[in-house]
Design a binder for this molecule. Structure first.
Ligand code: 5GP
Length: 176
């Protein structure tokens, strides 16, 4: 994959507008409650920082980091390399992820968290490449449905580059 300057797919202004809409919807649906927002590291950290500041319900935050078993990236064998530090039993969870692609990561994580018996569990994904699914998975809240291109910026990386870009960008001539 070339490392050209990326092209903008979603501007920071369009992202800010959509984050405000998502936060309003999530806040309305959790009015009177308190959320534990679970960010999936590293890609979700920028989106999550903007989202929680736009919520009008109180929340606390925690993070997980996941990895695929090496040599098995496409078979859905996920492991936790950094676990939550907060008990989730009885809490209202909002899992925040950067992008749903095959669906393998989030479908595994949702099951792993359900075992811990939260009161409720919703998933908010910033981006969704619906055509790439290998397992059925629908997030409860989606920022943008996007085509099958490799995305960087707004927290997403290519070999740890580009996370700092304020816009969502595509690397030229790439499919994911
Ligand atoms: P899934 O298990 O749904 O296939 O994978 C989700 C993860 O794959 C995301 O959290 C992200 O780390 C990575 N991923 C999938 N598509 C892209 C993409 O277009 N750009 C980047 N930077 N990461 C992606």
């Amino acid at each position: 994959m070339a490392e050209d300057a990326p092209d903008i797919l979603l501007t920071k202004e369009r992202i800010a507008q959509r984050v405000a809409e998502l936060a309003a919807q999530i806040s309305a649906e959790h009015r009177g409650g308190e959320l534990l927002v679970v960010g999936v590291l590293n890609g979700a950290f920028v989106f999550m920082a903007d989202l929680i500041r736009a919520l009008t319900v109180p929340c606390s935050v925690d993070f997980v980091r996941l990895a695929s078993y090496s040599g098995c990236e496409s078979c859905g064998q996920v492991r936790i390399t950094k676990d939550l530090e907060t008990p989730v039993a009885g809490r209202d969870l909002l899992v925040v992820e950067d992008i749903v692609d095959t669906g393998l990561t989030l479908s595994w994580l949702v099951e792993a968290l359900r075992v811990r018996q939260p009161a409720s569990l919703k998933v908010c994904a910033f981006l969704d490449k619906k055509e790439r699914r290998k397992v059925p998975f629908e997030a409860d809240y989606v920022g943008f449905a996007i085509p099958d291109r490799f995305i960087v910026g707004y927290g997403l990386d290519y070999n740890e580059r580009y996370r700092y870009l304020p816009d969502v960008c595509v690397l030229r001539d790439t499919a994911s």
